[in-house]
Design a binder for this molecule. Structure first.
Ligand code: 3HC
Ligand code: NAI
Length: 698
């Protein structure tokens, strides 16, 4: 008997149960267990039908990703699936939780599928830079037709049990997976139903065989946002093979595509991102078993750009929010923006038609800080001024209930100092959301000097609950993300003084895979904010200042580093900007030179990586992978490049350290000298990943 799969019999029905926590992934032991149990059930004359189900929180969530890249162990998944499909006795998958990837492929190998109402079914391999490698691209189109199959396989999002029922992916929705599975199996036997092998059923392929545009249109729609990624296109090809080729040839094509992707750089990076995201939720240096505090209600202070977005994120997760402003007018404006935002999403079909009213119903707008009294978590999102933040936190000390977690959404300010304005610094921390806060997934959780472990776990747990990706960081100017970004900004600006143009710099950065370059980003955020702050501090930045003096504040004035047509956000290079840069350089007596794209890329990326190394040295981030998570989910770093620290390891730390030394001399900028940690790793021929491994071993 297998440790992780067991075989029981209820009358004439065999129940094969996978029990391999946490998610019943298809490790070699699970594959072996299913194989053995199904073989025994087929051989047992008392068994008339076989139900495959799972214990714990979910049906099989896929292949065991940790086994990828290691020597394959028998039996292969295809063999297990083929055994279920070719069984002379009916095989039925009884699904709860999530049937994902290889898990759904196993279910597709069964003759029938039933699921509980809450179950979800999907082939998310593409999100790991892969395509389904155990028949999913061939069987799913036969089960639901190529159009939906493309949507599920190329997009990677699961569908609900009720949708699966409608589309013929499951036969029935059941109350209880085991009892429901047994009852369904008995029905199959009583009705003498034919055993449906999807491999032999081409009926749902007919329409697409006759009119290929059904398939190509679906592919076009699903690959629109797949810029730079290999897997969505390879996955679409594999589904195409289901339409064009006989089943076994299609399987072969799928296998080739899967192996190519699995051994490629993109999937390696995407698998790393998957595990990094989960690792980031584990807080270094917190006593084991620290329980988060209960959060039933949240108060958010400030209904501006960030406060509104944060409130929506909580409402989206069904958590009631008290949104607090200084006056009725500000409140009305903030509530109005959220309402509009929800309505626009509903009009696009992104949320159900009744969702705006439901979600707005969870947000209570009020005036006055005393209204925080019922909240278990308070998030402050007022103006970015220390004096105002302190005033707010002093008032919170008076009004918030004991034990409430008090968070600031500050982008740069010192949380230790904010904490000092309360009598309960143990409850204070940062929750730094990113704009637009209802969309961006990252939340930097800033741990201050005195933050209590359970306050920290509360922030991490609640961030996950509202579908954000938390990463714990320490206190410093700009925390991890903005601190690294500042290094890129500094180089971008310097490049303009050396002869590069905004559009050249931005093109290199977007070609690398970032959604936007630094200058387009500046135009979006507004150039006047930095200009005013420079003026206050008596600092100059001649080109940026000249733009602002010419009234070019970015998108909001239709002109910045680029020009914008009315109502458009598309940046267009502007000869006037080129002229303005030329004039500024002439005035300063600066000579232009030709700056190569290679130099731009190095100077955009390597100083950030260098800052990342300093951040690790200072223990502002616990792991290189936490830094990568921050860049993946807060700044749109291309997932197929894993994150800046992962990317650095691929490029080689010695090369990066050498190039930084070179630019430090060449551009007379000592801040570019490689950080001690980077220098040491480079000299030892090591990677940032080696640090993570060493930490784990410690
Ligand atoms: N293999 C190995 N480990 C896995 C795993 C998998 N497929 N899926 C999840 N895990 C691990 C996680 O790393 C985590 O480990 P940790 O506790 O040590 O950090 C643990 O299981 C729990 O995972 P989550 O924290 O993500 O738990 P949730 O309850 O939030 O989510 C889930 C559960 C929806 C199943 C989510 O884990 C998930 O999406 N998993 C990946 C599913 C997937 O991509 N499947 C396809 C795999 S590729 C494949 O099947 C190829 C095939 O076509 C041949
Ligand atoms: P905003 O100016 O859009 O909104 C601030 C709101 O706070 C205003 O509506 C104001 O009326 C309100 N407010 C001010 N004092 C208050 C008080 N005492 N009580 C209640 N409400 C008060 O500012 P934004 O952009 O939302 O920024 C808020 C915070 O979030 C700042 O600390 C900022 O640094 C940070 N942040 C901003 C990001 C952005 O991209 N805008 C990104 C991440 C963080």
């Amino acid at each position: 008997m297998s440790e992780v799969v067991k075989l029981e019999r209820h009358d004439e029905i065999a129940i094969v149960t996978v029990d391999s926590p946490p998610v019943n992934a298809l490790s070699a032991a699970v594959r072996r267990g299913i194989h053995e149990c199904v073989k025994n059930a087929i051989a047992d004359p008392a068994v008339k039908a076989i139900v495959l189900t799972c214990a714990g929180r979910t049906f099989i969530a896929g292949a065991d990703i940790t086994e990828f890249g290691k020597p394959p162990q028998p039996p292969g998944l295809a063999e297990v699936i083929s055994e279920l499909e070719n069984s002379p006795k009916p095989t039925i998958a009884a699904i709860h939780g999530t049937a994902l990837g290889g898990g759904l492929e196993v279910a597709l190998g069964c003759h029938f599928r039933v699921a509980v109402k809450e179950a979800k079914l999907g082939l998310p391999e593409v999100k790991l830079g892969l395509l389904p490698g155990a028949g999913g691209t061939q069987r799913l189109p036969r089960a639901v037709g190529p159009e939906l199959a493309v949507k599920m396989i190329v997009g990677g999002d699961p569908i609900s049990a009720s949708e699966a029922l409608k589309q013929g992916l499951i036969e029935e929705i059941v109350e209880d997976r085991v009892q429901g599975g047994i009852a369904f199996a008995k029905k199959v036997l009583a009705e003498k139903r034919l055993l449906r092998k999807l491999r032999d059923d081409d009926s749902k392929l007919k329409a697409a065989k006759a009119d290929r545009s059904i398939f190509t249109n679906a592919v076009q729609a699903m690959t629109k946002k797949a810029r730079g990624l290999e897997a969505p296109f390879a996955a679409a090809d594999a589904v195409g093979a289901a339409i064009d080729l006989p089943f076994d040839e299609g399987l072969k094509k799928e296998r080739e595509g899967f192996l190519k992707l699995m051994n490629g750089d993109q999937s390696k990076a995407q698998r790393y991102a998957f595990f990094s995201e989960r690792e980031a939720a584990k807080i270094a240096g917190v006593p084991e078993g620290t329980k988060p505090r209960n959060v039933a209600r949240v108060a958010i202070i400030g209904a501006g750009t960030m406060g509104g977005g944060i409130a929506m994120s909580f409402a989206n997760a069904g958590i009631p929010v008290t949104l607090i402003e200084t006056g009725e007018e500000q409140l009305k404006r903030g509530m109005g923006v959220m309402q509009k935002n929800y309505e626009a999403t509903a009009a696009r079909g992104g949320i159900p038609a009744d969702a705006p009213a439901k979600r707005m119903g969870l947000i209570t707008g009020v005036v006055g800080l005393e209204n925080v009294k019922d909240a278990d978590l308070v998030i402050e999102a007022v103006f970015e001024t220390m004096a105002i933040k302190k005033e707010v936190f002093t008032a919170l000390d008076k009004y918030a209930k004991p034990g409430a977690v008090l968070a600031s959404n500050t982008s740069y300010l010192n949380i230790d100092e904010i904490a000092k304005s309360t009598g309960r610094p143990q409850d204070v921390l940062g929750m730094h959301f990113f704009s637009p806060a209802n969309v961006m997934k990252l939340c930097e959780i800033v741990r201050a000097d005195k933050t209590a472990p359970d306050a920290l776990t509360t922030a991490v747990a609640i961030a996950r609950k509202i579908a954000k990706v938390p990463a714990v960081v320490g206190v410093c100017d700009g925390f991890v993300g903005n601190r690294m970004l500042a290094q890129r900004g500094k180089q971008a600006e310097k490049l303009l003084f050396e002869g590069a143009l905004p559009q050249q710099v931005d093109a290199v950065v977007t070609k690398f895979g970032m959604p936007m370059g630094p200058f387009a980003m500046g135009d979006l955020a507004g150039l006047d904010i930095g200009w005013r702050s420079r003026k206050d501090r008596g600092i100059k930045s001649e080109i940026a200042d000249a733009l602002c003096e010419a009234g070019r504040f970015g998108q909001k004035t239709g002109k910045g580093y680029y020009k914008y047509e009315a109502g458009s956000r598309a940046p267009m290079p502007d000869p006037e900007v080129e002229k303005l840069i030329d004039e500024t350089l002439q005035r300063l007596g600066r000579k232009k030179r030709v700056v190569s794209d290679d130099e731009i890329l190095e100077r955009m990326m390597y100083p950030m990586i260098n800052e990342g190394a300093r951040i690790l040295e200072e223990k502002i981030a616990a792991r290189p992978s936490d830094i990568d998570v921050i860049w993946l989910y807060g700044y749109g770093w291309p997932i197929y490049r894993g994150g800046p620290m992962f990317y650095a390891d691929q490029v080689g730390l010695k090369h990066i350290a050498d190039r930084l030394s070179f630019y430090a001399k060449e551009t007379n900028d000592p801040s570019l000298e490689p950080a001690p940690l980077l220098k040491r790793l480079a000299a030892e021929g090591k990677t940032f990943a080696s640090l993570a491994a060493a930490n784990k071993a410690a």
